[in-house]
Write a new protein. Structure first.
Length: 133
């Protein structure tokens, strides 16, 4: 794993959360994107080399809305950049980690993504991401 790529934060509403994070981070949101397969809207902020991704559910049954119902708004996941997501998935499986995805899938911000089950990582959802070239 190369670096922390972003931290994902589950929010109820972009209407209130985007302006608050723009003030907090002293930077504008640079991208809002919908990921229909996950039933989520994403909003990205960059500060230095770090990125924050806000996640807003777009349907009652979205994973983000279920997460917020159970745990409230807050940190949802930590994403790590990898050079070769398929190789990293194989390495993680060989190390005994349970992956949520059997193969990489298209995510937000021009990335291929895969998640490691939070039970495997002290209740923290881990995402690995590879830039799509």
């Amino acid at each position: 794993m190369q670096k922390i790529e972003h931290i994902g934060i589950a929010v109820k509403s972009f209407k209130t959360s985007i302006p608050m994070y723009e003030k907090l981070l002293n930077t504008k949101c640079y991208k809002i994107e919908s990921v229909e397969s996950e039933k989520v809207n994403t909003a990205f902020f960059k500060t230095g080399e770090s990125k924050i991704e806000l996640l807003e559910g777009i349907s009652e049954d979205s994973v983000i809305n279920k997460f917020i119902e159970k745990k409230g708004e807050g940190m949802h996941h930590i994403a790590f950049a990898v050079e070769d997501i398929s190789k990293e998935m194989e390495r993680l499986k060989a190390e005994g980690f349970k992956l949520i995805n059997d193969s990489p899938k298209k995510g937000a911000d021009n990335k291929l993504v895969c998640f490691i089950h939070p039970r495997e990582c002290n209740s923290v959802l881990i995402e690995i991401v590879q830039e799509i070239s």
